[in-house]
Design a protein around this ligand. Structure first.
Ligand SMILES: Cc1cc2nc3c(=O)[nH]c(=O)nc-3n(C[C@H](O)[C@H](O)[C@H](O)COP(=O)(O)OP(=O)(O)OC[C@H]3O[C@@H](n4cnc5c(N)ncnc54)[C@H](O)[C@@H]3O)c2cc1C
Length: 495
């Protein structure tokens, strides 16, 4: 197995997109087989080693940043199988966890199949998206990654290899799981007793619900309970046609009404994505796209799957809804072919790039939120964000997955004072989102960046329950220490 410890090779593994500067590691292992991963973990106690798992470093919460531990890179696990149909409208595809999401999606599409999860960033590894239960724009229709995974092959912290298919290991009526493993022996643990928020997206801490499937504990556990080596993805037929559109509004109330119309499940149409750009986001985008209308208060981007036969009807219906909501139809952008859709997609991707460009000229890093609230409480959180930022005259943008009542607020501090003000405001935003029945993280997860805040959501008792599960599966605290559960809880919690 390749091992690297020279500075130039390991430097990149001390970073992701969180901007945390706390990474340290003696070196990076690049296993190529499941046996090699298992051997590393089996030898951990004897060799006095802890490990942090590295995907491709696009995570936003410092999850892959090692705090002095060795790194296991999944780079060499990049094989992708062929889609295997098992029903007229279903296929399965086996992938290794270091395969790029973009390559996986393209391979499925080449044979007419579709893998719906689509976190905006395509350069992530598929295994990381499972470990993080990633979601993104299409989650409005299709849900997060967990809904699309039927099997994982996972190496547990003591070196046992668990081949876990959905439905093969369910919590009993007391919420307990029992495993009999060759190396770890018999282990039993109970699911966490806290309940999940009533948001349509949630990705903070260990998943828990009555009668849950063990696979769902590992999905979204951010590498704290095992290393995902391989997975079976559930594919559906590739939608024939997609209408993508960017619709501008002069008035936020009209925009929000349009959002509600699109989301109405009784509606004849059901977009797969509904995204939002506020006026400040559009101002950033106007630097690159001259056609962004200055008088617009915000825009909705949506994607509607359709067929050649249905397209005209669907377009008529969409124009009707736009008119009813006073959309700026003449200035809006309707992309009907692949070329134009790609340009519109580029437009959406330009926002983080333009923001990063602006930030690179400042001394401070941005403060960004990933909270979501139940549908009916969205406007309260939105107004809270907006008025707090206006009061302090911050540079800020609000954008993202309005279909899931989940938008990102990015505050872009111009100096240290603004950074400190924004940081203390961040805690207030969490308090507000939780008071509205929301979640601390809807998609980016907790990692190291947000671990200190999770107690506000689950209280001490919830964190201790997660620590208990972690210590049952990882009694010697070998894997991804610092993610999700603050280390202090792991030291004090007994199994
Ligand atoms: C511009 C931008 C937009 C983004 N948009 C979205 C979005 O819309 N939705 C969304 O959900 N996310 C989004 N993300 C976040 C990010 O892309 C995802 O979290 C992604 O899953 C990270 O993949 P990665 O390979 O880069 O993982 P890394 O950053 O390398 O690692 C992420 C975490 O996964 C763990 N991990 C990695 N591989 C494994 C494995 N095989 N087994 C167990 N644990 C593992 C790591 O230890 C770490 O904790 C965005 C990021 C960027 C930069």
């Amino acid at each position: 197995m390749i091992y690297k410890d020279d500075q130039s090779s390991i430097q990149g593994f001390l970073e992701d997109t969180s901007n945390l500067k706390i990474g340290k590691t003696p070196g990076v292992f690049f296993p190529e087989t499941v046996t090699e991963i298992a051997e590393l973990l089996k030898g951990a106690i004897k060799e006095h080693r802890r490990f942090t798992i590295a995907g491709n470093g696009t995570g936003t919460t410092g999850g892959r940043i090692p705090l002095g531990d060795y790194v296991i890179s999944m780079q060499k696990f990049d094989r992708i199988g062929q889609p295997i149909p098992y029903a007229i409208d279903k296929a399965s595809m086996t992938v290794q966890s270091g395969a790029l999401l973009d390559t996986v999606q393209k391979k499925a599409e080449q044979s007419g199949w579709f893998y719906p999860p689509d976190p905006t960033e395509k350069l992530c590894f598929i295994g990381s998206t499972i470990a993080n239960n990633s979601s993104g724009a299409r989650s409005f229709k299709y849900g997060a990654t967990r809904k699309h995974i039927s099997r994982i092959l996972i190496v547990l912290p003591q070196g046992d290899v668990l081949n876990l298919s959905r439905g093969s290991c369910m919590a009993d009526k007391n919420g307990s799981f029992r495993l009999n493993l060759p190396l770890a022996g018999e282990i039993a643990f109970q699911r966490a007793q806290y309940s999940m928020p009533e948001t349509s997206k949630h990705n903070a801490g260990y998943f828990s619900e009555e009668g849950m499937d063990l696979i769902d504990l590992f999905i979204g556990s951010e590498g704290t309970l095992g290393i995902i080596a391989e997975a079976d993805l559930m594919l559906i037929p590739l939608p024939k046609n997609v209408i993508s559109s960017l619709v501008y509004f002069r008035d936020f109330d009209d925009l929000f009404r349009f959002n509600l119309l699109l989301k109405d499940r009784k509606h004849a149409l059901l977009p797969r994505a509904i995204e939002f750009f506020d006026k400040n986001s559009l101002t950033f985008l106007a630097e690159k796209y001259a056609k962004v209308p200055a008088e617009s208060e915000g825009a909705i981007f949506f994607e509607q799957e359709t067929t050649v036969e249905r397209e005209e009807n669907d377009l008529d219906k969409l124009f009707e809804e736009m008119e009813a909501c006073n959309a700026m139809i003449d200035q809006s952008w309707m992309a009907l072919d692949g070329n134009d859709r790609a340009k519109l997609r580029e437009f959406r991707h330009a926002l983080p790039l333009l923001v990063n460009d602006w930030l690179s000229k400042q001394q401070e890093s941005k403060i960004s939120t990933d909270m979501a609230v139940p549908e009916g409480r969205f406007l309260e959180l939105f107004d809270f964000y907006k008025s707090a930022c206006e009061k302090l005259s911050f540079v800020y943008i609000i954008f993202g997955h309005i279909g899931n009542a989940h938008v990102h607020l990015n505050i872009l501090p111009r100096n240290r004072e603004e950074f400190l003000q924004a940081k203390s405001l961040y805690r207030k935003f969490i308090g507000k989102a939780l008071a509205l029945g929301g979640t601390l993280s809807a998609e980016h997860g907790i990692g190291k960046l947000k671990a200190e805040y999770l107690v506000e959501m689950y209280h001490e008792s919830g964190i201790r329950e997660m620590a208990r599960i972690k210590k049952c599966l990882d009694p010697f605290l070998v894997l991804n220490i610092g993610n999700i559960i603050p280390a202090a809880y792991l030291e004090t919690e007994t199994q």
